[in-house]
Every structure is written in structure tokens, then in C-alpha cells.
Design a binder for this molecule. Structure first.
Ligand code: ATP
Ligand code: MG
Length: 253
């Protein structure tokens, strides 16, 4: 079943076509990977889907609803959350606070001055959920540490925690394991697999194919703003990886 779909997305920056008729499908409960050499338009695609840039033409459909060029907080509220290529957790805040703040970004305010006891209850429930998420990510023992004390890999896990507090249907991640040692990178993806089993779908951009490929259900390859190949399922993915169109664009990369 298709959760998210882009149809002929186009976006130019000063005459450079960063997206040139990009059409992709993100299936529910699957991990969809977008790969491609530097500058091929992968981050632009993520930015367009999540509302961080406005496209020139084309459409983004989420659960068959047109969400093209909506504001990031609206897209957030539909259940799409993203992480960034260079994550910037608020470093002076604790690990727990960083997870909680993920929720606040949704624009959903839990304030009710007239009924403070109810407010307390919701706030308590939120903290409880944040702890459950940290437990799942095995970061709970660090809950009161400043997030700047985390390793690079733990920081990436914290990014996932910030996404999870919003109860997302789709998590979009831009290079979630860039600069992360192989052991931890597999650890991050084992969490992704577990979350997939619990009903969350993933759209991921990543260069580290040696690590990520074994977790991928569907694959798109981008080059110069276009999708040049795609495959669903293991057999098709293997074919895509051997496709001369694909191997060619990686020569010299
Ligand atoms: N905000 C912007 N202003 C101008 N040009 C941009 C902007 N964002 C992206 N571009 C250009 O669009 C093209 C695609 O960039 P994009 O960042 O999407 O590539 P990418 O596939 O994510 O690359 P990388 O693997 O290096 O992260 C590049 O030519 C880039 O210079
Ligand atoms: Mg990028």
C-alpha cells in the first residue's frame, strides 16, 4: 500500500534543476532508500516533501491527500517527521529535554491555564512516553546528561527519539549513519527495523550502501535531479545495482 507519493516534482535553484520530474512511491511499513552521488537532489527531495522548500511544480500526496507546498508544521501534524543531514540537537539541553522538545515542534501546545491538573497529567504522560522511547533506544541511563555528552552515534539515536515522540507514520531521514562507526550504524538500523515492525514507514537518504542495503525494501537512484532507476524487493534491487546507468554515475564519486 502506498503511503506517500511524489508526482513529477520540479524545483530549480538559479536555473539548476535540483528536482526534474521526480516521481517516487513510499510504501507503508517499508524502508525506501534514495541513493545517488553528491548533488543529485536527494536532500532537496526530502526538503520538498517535508515542506522546507516550495516546489515549482508537481505534487506530493500523503495518504492520498495533497500536501504539496504545505508549511512544515502542517506536514508534521499529518504524521511526517524528518531528521536532518547535520543534526543539531540543542546541545546544552538534556537528553530527555531534547526528546520532549521534539513534541513541542509539532506546534501542538499542551497548555491549559484554567485546568492545571489536567495539564500536569498530559505533561506527565508525555515525560513517561519520552522515557519509554529512551529505553527503547537504550539512552535512558543518559536521560539527565547534556546531549552534547553523547557520542555521534547516540546523537543520531536521539534524533530518532525526537521523531518518535511525535507519533509519526513516516520518518524521513537524511544520512542517518553518516560518520557513525559500522557497529553503531547497524545498531541504528536494527532500531529502524524494529520500528518498521511496529508500523512506522521510512524514507531514507544514505550514502553508506555497504551497511544500509540489507535493510532496504525499495530503492530509488537519483542523478542530476532525476530518478534514473528504481526497484521494489530484493531481486529488483540487485538488478538496479548492476544497471550500467547506475554504476556509471558512481564512477569517480
Ligand atoms: N537552497 C539551495 N540554493 C541553491 N542551490 C541549492 C539549494 N539546495 C540545493 N541546491 C542545489 O541543488 C542540487 C541538489 O542538491 P542536494 O543538496 O539536493 O543534493 P544531495 O543529493 O542531497 O547531495 P549530497 O549527497 O551531497 O547531500 C545541487 O546542485 C545543489 O547545489
Ligand atoms: Mg544531501
Amino acid at each position: 500500500m502506498i503511503l506517500l507519493e511524489t508526482k513529477n516534482l520540479c524545483k530549480s535553484f538559479d536555473g539548476v534543476k535540483a528536482l526534474d520530474n521526480v516521481s517516487i512511491e513510499v510504501e507503508r511499513n517499508k524502508l525506501t532508500l534514495v541513493m545517488g552521488p553528491n548533488g543529485s537532489g536527494k536532500s532537496t527531495l526530502i526538503n520538498a516533501i517535508s515542506g522546507f522548500i516550495k516546489v515549482d511544480s508537481g505534487r506530493v500526496l500523503f495518504e492520498n491527500r495533497d500536501i504539496t507546498n504545505r508549511e512544515p508544521h502542517e506536514i508534521y501534524n499529518y504524521g511526517i517527521v524528518r531528521t536532518f543531514q547535520n543534526p543539531e540537537p540543542l546541545k546544552s539541553m538534556t537528553v530527555l529535554e531534547n526528546v520532549l522538545i521534539g513534541r513541542k515542534h509539532s506546534g501542538e501546545e499542551i497548555t491549559n491555564a484554567l485546568f492545571p491538573s489536567r495539564w500536569m497529567k498530559e505533561e506527565e504522560e508525555l515525560v513517561e512516553r519520552a522515557f519509554k522511547i529512551l529505553e527503547f533506544l537504550k539512552l535512558d541511563h543518559r536521560w539527565d546528561h547534556p546531549s552534547k555528552s553523547l557520542s555521534g552515534g547516540q546523537m543520531k539515536l536521539l534524533e530518532i527519539g525526537r521523531a518518535l515522540i511525535t507519533d509519526p507514520k513516516l520518518i524521513i531521514m537524511d544520512e542517518p549513519i553518516a560518520g557513525v562507526a559500522p557497529g553503531l550504524a547497524h545498531n541504528i538500523f536494527s532500531h529502524v527495523v524494529e520500528l518498521k515492525n511496529r508500523g512506522i514507514s521510512f524514507l531514507i537518504v544514505e550514502h553508506r550502501l555497504d551497511i544500509v542495503l540489507k535493510y532496504v525494501d525499495n530503492l530509488y537512484v537519483m542523478f542530476n535531479g532525476s530518478v534514473i532507476a528504481h526497484g521494489k524487493g530484493r531481486d529488483e534491487i540487485e538488478k538496479v545495482l548492476k544497471d550500467p546507468k547506475v554504476t556509471e554515475v558512481y564512477i569517480g564519486d
